[in-house]
Design a protein around this ligand. Sequence first.
Ligand SMILES: C[S@@+](CC[C@H](N)C(=O)[O-])C[C@H]1O[C@@H](n2cnc3c(N)ncnc32)[C@H](O)[C@@H]1O
Length: 290
Amino acid sequence: MAQWEPFAFDAEGTSAIVHGENLNVLEGLPDEAFSLVYLDPPFNTGRDQVRRTTRSVPAATGEGDRVGFAGRSYETIMGSLLRYEDSFADYLGFLEPRLMHARRVLATHGTLYVHLDYREVHYVKVLLDALFGRRCFLNEIIWAYDFGGRTAKRWPAKHDTILVYVKDPTAYHFNSADVDREPYMAPGLVGPVKAARGKLPTDVWWHTIVSPTGKEKTGYPTQKPAGVLRRIVTASSRPGDWVLDFFAGSGTTGAVSEQLGRKFVCVDSNPEAVDVMRRRLPDTAVFSAS
Ligand SMILES: C[S@@+](CC[C@H](N)C(=O)[O-])C[C@H]1O[C@@H](n2cnc3c(N)ncnc32)[C@H](O)[C@@H]1O
């Protein structure tokens, strides 16, 4: 496997799968190279992260520590969180430097999507508000699915949340015109032309999970559906743009980017993920960053 060396992310460059610790890879990536960063981080990052109880908060350029809830700063809030929830202290300590790099490598017109479950999303929202500034928060997408058992003891959790931040709220790229449309709930009320065209998706996306028996399945346990990524890549990048996923898993972001004519860098530290990506993206060069 060739050694990973970052290159110019321009029209000459070709897509890459990188095996390695993503923080090492991120440190070598140039500023503003990517139009889209999609991340689906694992929650169980292990207990080997160094816990920090005081932290300096990197601010969006020229904005200072502007995240104040009733006069409380981000640092105050994070301090309280960290005191009562050790596992989230570890988690946020793991994510923070990686999300800082995600922001740094985004182009001015770029967008970050962070895919989270209902236990993590609120903690990460506060962290992202601090890193990007609240005015850069674009959307909270709810991906709703219907699969598996239903507990009778509470409302069964059947959704993930995808937080969306833009680098610059005055300059971001968003093309909803090319996104797949949805059937109207009451097509009889809108007339045949509109009914045939369907409606623009909202921030709630109903989409099945990757079927355990379907063609899309790679065998990688946390694989996300290509249909969800297709909307994201279509809306928030243009053909020829560079897309980054540094928690790439089975390479869904890479597969969709390839189908849609985008270039991509997919990073994962798990050799099994790299094997799956190699099979899924046989024409893509594979590098080692260790
Ligand atoms: C939830 S999975 C991503 C699944 C992916 N979205 C898909 O559709 O297959 C998260 C991935 O992050 C990888 N990962 C976790 N920590 C990492 C690190 N520090 N550097 C690189 N990859 C990491 C794991 O190996 C895992 O494959």
